[in-house]
Design a binder for this molecule. Structure first.
Ligand code: ARG
Ligand code: ZN
Length: 883
């Protein structure tokens, strides 16, 4: 059943106070709830419909009077009754079985602990409730459990009481002074160790910081703790946001559907997003921990203090919070590098989502299963939309806008319109057209043509926008698109003067401009342009659009050499790579492909630029991802893309052999590990060089790689060397990889997060026979089919990162990668529908593939749709994909 934004109505009742007693026993848990409720006078009708799923109702009473069975109706997901008074206390007692809960939603058991995940609609698996974000309540939670098995008992807010009980049990009572919706509720009980620290807020309050982990992981909390303190300080300085409780806790859980969850005062994290140590965690892992810790912390204001009215507003908190964490990471490391990373993610994965059957606006107007809408669109595109607002307003006004938003809506459940209204109110700007970013899906294509009039010294950019149809809307209204640009002349950047501007009023270094594109087609005329320039367009990726301008390779070289904007220079190199990949694709499988010499020439000059940021150079050297290349095709042939990309990589490896080896050697200096931006940059450039060198390695190069693998003192270098061996198609490299992989497992078998990386790497091994290998991995002693991280590593790694094998069709429909995925989904769906639905993604894009692939994917989807027990999660994705 579909839920529509337009059907939104306030709840018939409010819950002023929520008192819970959760008594955990081995195999069963009892939850008593005491809800102080009040009729919402603005809603007609007195019926009270409480959400509840998989609950065994043991008791129910109103104002202390047990309700007889004819007073309520119990359905599979709703309990209905009609209270006789406007104010009353509803008490229920239910029995649940967290040990049997494999969905990892609600209260469940992970290894030695009990924990919760309530967003979006998991609280209803704990007790009967109005499980919707506009019902905000004051929570008191008393948890009890066996003292030796669960010495630690946590919930939101501040600890108010704790003590011993009979039979070796104990309890703790927590009270959260801030009203909150049920999705922010959390409870943890288990045998956990903790790391403690503290933070003094800007107004001088001491906040206790605690990170709870399994004893064995105590040594891996430092980076998360430092990240947390930096986040707290950054949010005070950048947004004026101070923390609001005496304690802030983080708990690390090994079985977790997502990255982490911002429960009030008690964030729960996937171990992969909180634990970090140099020997077990890569640089990317360190950065992820910093980013996710910040993200969840920032939610305390953008999400918790000001929350969402309904789940259509999800991007209100997620888009804004991703924007906030991304700016934080930019401030902690390199701004341009962070921008390149964010944009790559968006263009590789969000663009594909926007062009597929699940495309939705950042504020969707309908959904079947909200879990399916925790998407790159809501998160990353949502962040891009906030970024556009911030850039349109400029830093001071944007800060005024966020101040107003937080002040005006503190303690409320609001909408994306409320957010935009605050921005409009402080700036006096009209956001009515900008709103299309919130209610239209699809990626706009911005086609730009230019003309130079030598005599008039006039340069004209004509900009047209077109957005392809998406399932929810065929014809799009034009978007308001901020187009940041400059003009590059022979000697550098040119000053910009538009028709209605007076040159004397403009600043001296007037070489950078934001054009506001609002029409379907629109021209911008620049005056006093002394020569025909090369336009530098969409600087910093100023809007989430596909840019179409017919750059020649020489234009691109000019940008790489002369543009002051780091992002655009990166972009120009990527475009040169794309041109080479297109050449390789045009040459066809057996055809002769000659690398255009301008690409290696550009790289050679970059190798020679000492001042170039090494992280940026590493990204420039990295060929566009297959997913990004696929987005540029009208019909996707995944094997052809893979082959073409490999050919370009080999050709570059050959052309740049000297520079690559020299750089690799120069950067292979053994220094103590540090996760600062500069050290990360050095390692990433070194390891990109290594991956090229390993394409067709000499014996000496192979030795270099093996030596790096064997002597590395940090996981980044260790796994980069292993990856270079595994991903190489060279036979000697593959032989070395086999030995290294087994040594690696022996060394790291006790470190779950390292084993996950080992799984993922093997799942991505492009060598023939991948299907057999991935099936073997599923049988491996370390594999666990109920742990989402392992599932993502093996099945996600294979289906999302192993083109030659995943897209091998097999002789019959029962064979091949697609059939493998469908079988896995079928098995997983019964246990964990959220994870199963996510794994479906690669199949859903079937329409965009060449016929043989397309048909094979489609037939797997059709078979899945026939499954009688398909979860609502998977049903939504499969049915929409086939519609
Ligand atoms: N709010 C969490 C975050 O952004 C993610 C929660 C995901 N929940 C879900 N049901 N998919 O950090
Ligand atoms: Zn979030």
């Amino acid at each position: 059943q579909t839920v529509y934004l337009n059907d939104y109505q306030q709840p018939a009742y409010w819950i002023d106070k929520t008192e819970l007693e959760v008594d955990i026993y081995s195999g069963e848990t009892f939850v008593r709830s005491r809800l102080t409720m009040r009729k919402n006078s603005s809603i007609e009708g007195a019926q009270l419909d409480l959400h509840g799923e998989g609950l065994e109702l043991l008791e129910i009473a109103i104002d202390g009077e047990p309700l007889s069975e004819e007073r309520y109706v119990q359905g599979p997901s709703v309990l209905s009754l009609t209270p006789e008074t406007e104010k009353f206390v509803l008490e229920t007692k239910v029995r649940i079985e967290p040990e049997q809960n494999t969905s990892l939603e609600g209260l469940y058991r992970s290894r030695t602990m009990y924990c919760t995940q309530c967003e979006a609609e998991g609280f209803r698996k704990i007790t009967y409730y109005l499980d919707r974000p506009d019902v905000m309540s004051d929570f008191t939670t008393r948890v009890s459990a066996d003292k030796s098995r669960c010495p630690v008992l946590l919930s939101n807010g501040n600890l108010v009481e704790a003590g011993s009980l009979d039979n070796g049990r104990h309890f703790a009572t927590w009270h959260d002074p801030h009203k909150k919706p049920a999705y922010l509720f959390a409870l943890v009980a288990g045998d956990l160790a903790k790391v403690e620290d503290s933070f003094t807020t800007c107004s001088g309050k001491q906040v206790a910081l605690e990170i709870f982990v399994e004893e064995k992981d105590l040594g891996k909390c430092d980076h998360a703790m430092q990240s947390l303190k930096k986040s707290m300080q950054w949010d005070e300085q950048t947004y004026g946001r101070e923390y609001d409780l005496d304690i802030f806790m983080i708990v690390a859980v090994d079985d977790f559907n997502m990255g982490a969850m911002e429960n009030k005062g008690l964030n729960i994290f996937n171990t992969s997003c909180v634990l970090a140590s140099p020997t077990t965690t890569t640089d990317a892992g360190f950065q992820r921990v910093e980013g996710v810790v910040a993200h969840e912390y920032f939610h305390n204001w953008s999400g918790n203090r000001v929350t969402c009215r309904d789940w259509f507003q999800l991007s209100l908190k997620e888009g804004f919070t991703v924007y906030r964490d991304s700016e934080f990471s930019a401030d902690m490391g390199s701004r341009t590098v962070k921008r390149v990373e964010d944009v790559s993610l968006l263009r590789t994965h969000q663009f594909a989502e926007d062009a597929g059957p699940m495309a939705h606006p950042i504020r969707p107007s309908s959904y079947m299963e909200i879990s399916n809408f925790y998407t790159l669109t809501i998160y990353e595109k949502g962040a891009e939309v906030v970024r556009m607002i911030a850039n349109l307003l400029g830093p001071e006004l944007f800060r005024k806008g966020t101040d107003l938003y937080f002040e005006r809506h503190d303690g409320q459940a609001v909408t994306t319109e409320d957010f935009v209204r605050a921005m409009a109110d402080v700036s006096g700007r009209d956001f009515s057209q900008f709103d299309n970013w919130y209610n239209q899906a699809g990626t706009p294509e911005l086609t730009i043509v230019d003309a130079y009039d030598e005599n008039a010294r006039e340069y004209t950019l004509t900009v047209s926008q077109y957005t392809p149809a998406t399932p929810e809307c065929a014809v799009k209204k034009p978007f308001h698109i901020p187009l940041r640009m400059g003009l590059i002349g022979e000697a550098g950047e040119l000053a910009l003067t538009l028709a209605d501007e007076i040159a004397e009023d403009l600043p001296e270094d007037n070489t950078d401009r934001v054009l506001e594109v609002t029409q379907t087609t629109q021209s911008f005329v620049f005056h006093n342009v002394p020569e025909k320039p090369v336009p530098s367009l969409l600087r910093n990726f100023s809007a989430p659009v596909k840019l179409k301008y017919d750059y020649s390779r020489d234009d691109l070289c000019a940008i790489v050499m002369r543009d002051s904007n780091g992002f655009t220079r990166y972009e120009a190199v990527q475009s040169l790579c794309m041109a080479a990949i297109n050449d390789a694709m045009a040459a066809g499988e057996g055809g002769r492909f000659v690398l255009d010499e301008r690409l290696p020439r550009v790289y050679r000059s970059l190798f020679a630029q000492a001042e170039l940021d090494q992280a940026m150079f590493a990204y420039m050297l990295t060929l566009p991802a297959e997913g990004y290349i696929a987005e540029q095709q009208s019909e996707i042939d995944p094997q052809a893309i893979y082959q073409a990309r490999s050919k370009v990589k080999s050709a570059l490896a050959q052309a740049l052999a000297g520079e690559l080896e020299q750089t690799y050697r120069a950067l292979s200096v053994d220094v103590e590990y540090s996760a600062d931006a500069e050290s990360i940059a050095r390692r990433s450039l070194k390891n990109v060089c290594l991956s090229y060198l390993m394409d067709q390695p000499s014996d000496a190069t192979l030795e270099l790689c093996k030596t790096q693998f064997e002597t590395a003192t940090n996981m980044t270098d260790e796994i980069a060397a292993l990856t270079a061996m595994v991903m190489s198609e060279n036979a000697k490299a593959q032989a070395a990889a086999a030995v290294a992989l087994s040594d690696f497992y022996v060394k790291w078998r006790d470190e779950a997060l390292v084993v996950n990386q080992w799984f993922a790497l093997q799942a991505r091994n492009p060598a023939a026979g991948g299907l057999k290998r991935v099936n073997d991995l599923l049988q491996h002693e370390a594999y666990d089919s109920s742990n989402p991280n392992k599932i993502r590593a093996v099945i996600g790694g294979f289906c999302g990162g192993n083109t030659p094998n995943f897209h091998s069709l097999g002789e019959t429909p029962e064979q091949g990668g697609y059939a493998f995925l469908a079988q896995q989904i079928q098995q997983l769906d019964a246990k964990n529908p959220q994870i199963a639905a996510r794994l479906l993604t690669p199949l859903t894009r079937w329409r965009r593939y060449a016929p043989a692939y397309s048909q094979a994917m489609r037939s797997q989807l059709e078979a899945l749709l026939e499954m009688p027990s398909l979860s609502p999660d998977c049903y939504e994705v499969v049915s929409k994909s086939l519609a």
